[in-house]
Design a protein. Structure first.
Length: 105
């Protein structure tokens, strides 16, 4: 289980903040509106709640990431095959990188 979010730290993990910032930047660049995003994300959160029966919120940003990937693919800003290939490349790079060294593709 992930640690709870502390009041002085709005995101439990650094990647949570980066994901929020990325979404904010995409809205700012005009790729979609907050209204469109929140509608899509709300549906994804409800689906995750029904499927996982999760109530502790620990999967919130995992759901956000999956929803954003699908949202961008649905709007033809990317495709899911490209996302999967990039994720696989980063996973392979992580697994071959010595502990403490920066991960590079």
């Amino acid at each position: 289980m992930r640690p709870p979010v502390k009041p002085d730290r709005p995101f439990a993990e650094p990647w949570h903040g980066k994901l929020f910032a990325l979404t904010h930047a995409l809205v700012g660049a005009g790729h979609f509106t907050w209204s469109d995003w929140t509608t899509h994300f709300g549906v994804a959160l409800e689906r995750a709640r029904v499927l996982d029966n999760s109530t502790d919120g620990s999967d919130y940003y995992d759901t956000w990431l999956e929803a954003l990937e699908r949202f961008l693919a649905d709007r033809r800003h990317t495709d899911l095959d490209q996302i999967e290939a990039l994720e696989a490349a980063w996973t392979a790079a992580y697994l071959r990188t010595p502990h403490g060294a920066p991960v590079e593709l």
